[in-house]
Design a protein around this ligand. Structure first.
Ligand code: FAD
Length: 337
């Protein structure tokens, strides 16, 4: 039976895959990448499919789904291949007495995805702990070792990997801290759950437990029985604008290198789309999560085109109310809205 993207992504939509390869070691991945380069076949590299929505037409080319498994801890440096499950890395770091990753507990996906959109949660982003990475350059066919300054981090969720398929992340090294406490917890809800004041610190294992509990409450930990988690997490990216328009004066905001980052969830709610919105919309296969406004979810049996129609409907409502255009945070392949 043909594998589809619905089988391999957390949104569980998307059509058939032409040719699927699942390398389990880095040399095998490099060999495959070089062999595909020698053909005219279009290539899509993926990890856990938790930030990817592919059209109902699928991908008539090669898909390399990373399952590479190399893993090493050397002092305060943790190195993992792109195919290692991210939350296993966080758990291993905490178990080994290494601090730095605990706030990123429970995020779906694999190691290779973490620099792609500078994955972050509860005030920590990948670039805070990134030491170096190995990438395969599809233009030159070479493997290179990069320091983080080459990754183009800066504005919210941006990186050189996000809008280019030139580089494939093979392996990532994170610099952590041995012994002691987490970094300062500025995020008020997390601090409160830990019973500390914002800015305080806690044992990494306690932070991990608290983060997982908060994430479960928002359906942000994958659970196959819970349709609120059949998503890509935040479907829309928090918009970054040069300044806040009058229409959105009350919107929570944060500084960003490109201006001001606004809260997409606030905009969506105030535009008339509360949590759970959409159960009566269309034929009920797509709705906002009942526990997280930013998550567009598949209620079962959705198609990509239904997801796109729904996303366009939310975006149009926000644009009509605030004059602000929302963009997807996830990667859309062979589909758009
Ligand atoms: C329930 C839920 C909660 C989430 N919570 C968060 C959160 O708190 N914070 C957050 O930042 N994100 C969150 N996400 C989004 C997602 O988990 C992350 O973006 C994750 O890092 C994606 O990794 P992945 O392996 O699943 O990548 P995929 O979805 O497989 O791929 C995403 C993109 O990265 C590219 N890519 C993947 N692997 C590689 C590689 N090795 N080299 C080059 N390009 C590659 C793909 O081509 C694609 O463009 C959440 C998602 C879900 C479903």
């Amino acid at each position: 039976m043909t594998t589809t993207f619905a089988d391999l992504t957390t949104m569980r939509v998307g059509g058939p895959i032409g040719r699927l390869y699942v390398p389990t070691t880095i040399p095998e991945a490099v060999d495959l990448l070089q062999r595909v380069a020698a053909t005219a076949d279009p290539l899509l590299v993926m990890g856990g499919g938790s930030n990817l929505v592919v059209g109902d037409v699928g991908w008539d080319g090669t898909v390399i789904k990373m399952a590479t498994s190399e893993f090493d801890i050397d002092g305060e440096l943790l190195t993992a291949a792109a195919g290692v499950e991210w939350d296993r890395v966080v758990a291993a770091a905490v178990d080994a007495g290494l601090a730095g990753l605990e706030a990123l507990s429970g995020i779906p996906g694999l190691v290779g995805g973490t620099p792609v959109q500078n994955v972050g949660a509860f005030g920590t982003v990948t670039s805070d702990v990134l030491h170096s990475l190995s990438v395969y350059d599809r233009q030159t066919g070479q493997v290179e070792r990069w320091t983080p300054d080459r990754c183009g981090f800066g504005s919210h969720r941006q990186s050189v990997f996000k809008h280019s398929d030139r580089w494939v992340v093979l392996e990532v090294t994170y610099r952590l801290r041995r012994g002691g406490q987490s970094g300062p917890i500025e995020y008020a809800e997390l601090a409160s759950r830990l019973g500390i004041a914002p800015g305080g610190t806690a044992a990494p294992s306690d932070v991990r437990e608290a983060v997982l509990a908060l994430r479960r409450g928002r359906a942000m930990v994958l659970d196959p029985d819970d349709h609120d988690t059949w998503s890509v997490g935040s479907f829309f990216i928090n918009p970054v604008l040069p300044e806040v328009p009058d229409s959105a004066r009350g919107c929570p905001r944060y500084p960003d290198v490109k201006g001001v980052k606004l809260t997409a969830a606030w905009l969506i709610e105030r535009a008339g789309f509360p949590r759970g919105y959409g159960t009566e919309w269309g034929d009920g296969t797509v709705a906002l999560s009942s526990r997280h406004t930013l998550a567009v979810t598949n209620r079962g049996g959705a198609t990509t085109s239904e997801i796109m129609k729904f996303a366009a409907h939310i975006r149009a409502g926000v644009e009509a109310r605030f004059g602000i255009r929302l963009n997807p945070e996830c990667d859309l392949v062979n589909c758009s809205f």
